[in-house]
Design a protein around this ligand. Structure first.
Ligand code: EPS
Length: 381
């Protein structure tokens, strides 16, 4: 089973990730990982930290000469900011400076401190930070390279930022290329301008904002995931991974919540046969009964506004219990475009996991054989 573990604090030495279960002989290009990491760093409304970092993946193990070995893949992403935090965050000595006593509403600070018995809530925020998503993006970029060999391609875009929606349509020519280049992840230029003005206003008010992102996976064969048991359902596993991304509060597949307001005939996608089974619409977002159905997989996620506000909310000092203003840590005003990169990585991981469950093999050659056999069998169904 494909799995991974991440480690690292936001102002620690580095982020580390170990990916286990990737078959041997999958082509891995480190530049593709670095380009995904660079995309995650971009976006209008990001804070000062992204000016310090230049996230780069160093592959420590599991890849030789551009091919996976079948052994665990370890990747390191250095934190350039570490040099400014060494004395505060050191493993062997810490000077106790920059202690966090006033938990931020919306962040993990207070409950994390209570749960892990940390009086300095920095010990919580350092790990709860969205900095960890850089490690997940590296995982996603490795998974995308496996998926790509089998013609599965993922795209991302931002649907809305705060109250501003992208007027562009996914069916417009060049939509995804344009969205990937946009500082707000939008394809429509007028909407992009409005979103940037919106973010400027939010920033001027000492506020933060969220939005909705969408990821679409094309070329996924029918039959990934399963209906036979709850924990093998593809939609459930995608929702789990996407919901675990920092600041995500809602996940939808296809028509999502809107399904509930429509009658059955307006929701379910009629089936035709045209050299293969197809659906006339894709309200199911490519997943029925916990399985991919061969249509594009469409996942949307809602990101809440980042909890650090430059105009802070009310809180309480955990030491003397007096009313205070929440701690202000350097943060982003808007990280929605970056979030689209992270959600794409989360979906890529779940698809690669489901793909390798279905076509399980120790080497890429075996995976290819099982895949080809399955495709030719199902084509004759
Ligand atoms: C982030 C790095 C962090 C934050 C942000 C995401 O860096 P720093 O805390 O040094 O500014 O910019 O984290 C949060 C929004 C958060 O709530 O922790 C990154 O690499 O994406």
């Amino acid at each position: 089973m494909l799995r991974y573990l991440t480690a690292g604090e936001t102002h620690g030495k580095c982020l580390t990730v170990i990916i286990e279960g990737m078959p041997s002989n999958v082509k891995i290009d480190v530049d593709k990982i670095n380009s995904a990491l660079a995309s995650r760093q971009k976006g209008y409304g990001r804070g000062g930290r992204m000016l310090i970092e230049k996230d780069t993946a160093e592959i420590l193990s599991g890849v030789r000469g551009g091919l996976t070995l079948g052994s665990p893949i370890a990747i390191k992403i250095e934190n350039k900011d570490w040099k400014n935090w060494e004395e505060i965050m050191g493993a062997e000595s810490s000077n106790g400076k920059r202690c966090v006593d006033c938990p931020r509403p919306g962040h993990a600070d207070l409950t994390g401190g209570m749960k892990y018995a940390h009086r300095d809530m920095r010990n919580v925020l350092e790990r709860a930070s969205a900095r960890e998503t850089a490690a997940r993006v590296a995982v996603g970029a490795v998974c995308e390279q496996l998926l790509d060999e089998f013609g599965i391609k993922l795209s991302r875009h931002v649907v809305s930022i705060g109250s501003v929606k992208d007027a562009g349509k996914v069916t417009d020519a060049g939509f995804f290329e344009r969205a990937a280049q946009s500082p707000v992840g939008f394809a429509d230029e007028q909407s992009e301008k409005k979103a940037m003005e919106y973010i400027d206003g939010v920033k001027a008010a000492g506020e933060s904002c969220g939005g909705v992102v969408e990821v679409i996976a094309e070329g996924v064969p029918a039959g990934l995931g399963s209906y036979v048991h709850y924990d093998r359902k593809l939609d459930a596993n995608i929702a789990f991974s996407v919901m675990s991304v920092q600041a995500i509060k809602g996940v939808e597949i296809g028509m999502g919540f809107e399904c509930s307001a429509n009658v059955g005939s307006k929701v379910h996608d009629e089936i035709i046969y045209d050299g293969g089974f197809k659906r006339l619409t894709n309200n199911a977002g490519g997943i029925e009964g916990g399985m991919s159905n061969g249509e594009p997989i469409v996942v949307r996620a809602a990101m809440k506004p980042i909890p650090t506000l430059y105009n802070p909310l009310k809180t309480v000092d955990i030491n003397d219990k007096t009313p205070r203003e929440a701690t202000v840590e350097r943060s982003d005003v808007c990280a929605v475009p970056a979030c689209s990169v992270v959600v794409k990585a989360a979906v890529a991981f779940e698809l690669a996991k489901a793909f390798l469950d279905k076509f399980s093999g120790d080497c890429a050659e075996d995976v290819r054989t099982y895949y080809n056999e399955y495709i030719s069998r199902t084509e004759k169904y």
